[in-house]
Design a binder for this molecule. Structure first.
Ligand SMILES: Cc1c2[nH]c(c1CCC(=O)O)Cc1[nH]c(c(CCC(=O)O)c1C)Cc1[nH]c(c(CCC(=O)O)c1C)Cc1[nH]c(c(C)c1CCC(=O)O)C2
Length: 379
């Protein structure tokens, strides 16, 4: 029996013969094709707001969990059992990339990600591996993606992801979360050449990492530049945007050679000043935080990309009826096409799962009604 199980998981871990996709609404919206309802998913949809997540994670180290394809698969599937999401995102973390480059990262309960020995000076770049064998170092993520893509049974597409070079650099220098990012920003002003060297090396690893995820079975790829808002327009243009563009261009060029075509999403949190640039950066989807008005985002991106976002996660603390009103306004602002509903950032651990359900259902109901009940109008 055990041998048969091991055998079947080994077969499942081949990135081929995946089940047929039954709900392509998210992929259609991402590619700018018409949809009968607005697709919806939530950043951090696998997380501590779910009692079953806390139960499954209890007593286990966070990064040990990330290294177990079976655990990642289970945690990715959990939210899909409760909610009618139109997409899933692989359970993992952006900080597996600095680990693959040779830096130690721990997840300290109650404190968050912690680097015991962060980068202090440009000389510390020598501590990073010069050649990173992504296939070897991050194979556990690729295995998790392949296993999950099989076990999801074609219910919804599976999104892979990475941190953006600037956000990863900031963690590697700050050694964890920071209110000001002043240590990482000091590098940009004092050591611009070393900063570019680090950003370039991160970009190379990220490109290989995303290509590995696509080969393993990811059906879309999101790049999280969660720390973008700490940069002003000038610094973003110099230290983040060129690398974000390079990633999308290189990944797409390589995917074209293999006949693959995955939509890519860029989420540069709080970088509202860069919206025009982001919409011309080879990503199909620009994901927005809640500080941007949906109508002005549409105007500024001019229909060249699909948009994703951007409900204030704290709106989920409201009663169900109020959530429905907020969703209705958001849909009126974005419109129902070329749009993926999401939050403006991740869910918080103290959120009520029922509020997430109300959010998802409101997106589906309002958008179907606005589209004329999803009848024959949209073909
Ligand atoms: C900055 C960042 C990180 N990780 C990530 C980002 C970018 C997105 C963002 O801006 O939120 C990305 C991430 N991390 C996680 C996912 C899983 C997929 C999903 O969205 O459901 C994703 C996409 C799981 C996780 N990553 C983490 C958790 C919670 C910790 C746990 O499960 O024990 C989860 C579900 C831990 C983590 N990892 C990180 C932080 C800041 C934390 C929180 C620490 C804390 O609050 O104690 C780094």
């Amino acid at each position: 029996m055990a041998a048969a199980m091991a055998m079947s998981n080994a077969v499942l871990c081949e990135p081929k013969d995946f089940p047929v996709l039954k709900n392509d609404t998210f992929l259609r919206a991402a590619r700018g094709q018409q949809t009968q309802h607005v697709p919806v998913w939530c950043m951090r949809q696998a997380g501590r707001y779910l009692p079953e997540f806390k139960e499954y994670r209890a007593g286990k180290d966070f990064f040990d969990t990330c290294r177990s394809p079976e655990a990642c698969c289970e945690l990715t599937l959990q939210p899909l059992r409760r909610f009618d999401f139109d997409a899933s995102i692989i359970f993992s973390d952006i900080l597996v990339v600095p680990q693959a480059m040779g830096l130690e990262v721990q997840m300290v309960p109650g404190k968050g990600p912690t680097f015991p020995d962060p980068l202090k000076d440009p000389e510390d770049l020598q501590r990073l591996k010069t050649e990173v064998d992504v296939k070897k170092e991050l194979d556990y993520v690729f295995k998790a993606i392949t296993l999950t893509r099989h076990k999801i049974e074609g219910k919804v597409p599976l999104i892979g992801f990475t941190g953006a070079p600037w956000t990863l650099m900031a963690y590697m220098i700050e050694g964890g979360g920071s209110k000001t990012q002043s240590k990482a920003k000091a590098w940009l002003y004092r050591h611009p050449a070393a900063s570019h060297m680090l950003l370039k090396r991160l970009t190379d690893v990220v490109v290989d990492y995303l290509l590995g995820q696509a080969a393993a079975g990811a059906q879309a790829l999101q790049v999280f530049d969660s720390n973008a808002g700490f940069l002003g327009p000038q610094e973003f243009k110099e230290f983040s945007l060129p690398y974000l563009r390079d990633i999308a261009r290189r990944v797409k060029d390589r995917l074209k050679e293999t006949g693959q075509d995955l939509p890519m999403i860029v989420f540069a949190k709080d970088a509202h000043y860069a919206l025009e640039d982001l919409s011309q950066s080879y990503y199909e989807v620009v994901s927005l935080d809640w500080t941007i008005d949906p109508r002005s985002a549409r105007e500024r991106t001019g229909g060249s990309v699909s948009l994703q976002g951007n409900m204030d996660p704290c709106a989920l603390y409201a009663p169900k009826e109020r959530i429905s009103e907020v969703v209705q306004k958001m849909l009126e602002g974005f419109g129902t096409q070329r749009y993926v509903a999401n939050l403006g950032h991740g869910l918080y651990p103290d959120m009520d799962p029922a509020a997430v359900g109300a959010f998802v259902d409101a997106v589906h109901q309002h958008s179907r009604r606005m589209n004329g009940d999803g009848g024959d109008k949209l073909q």
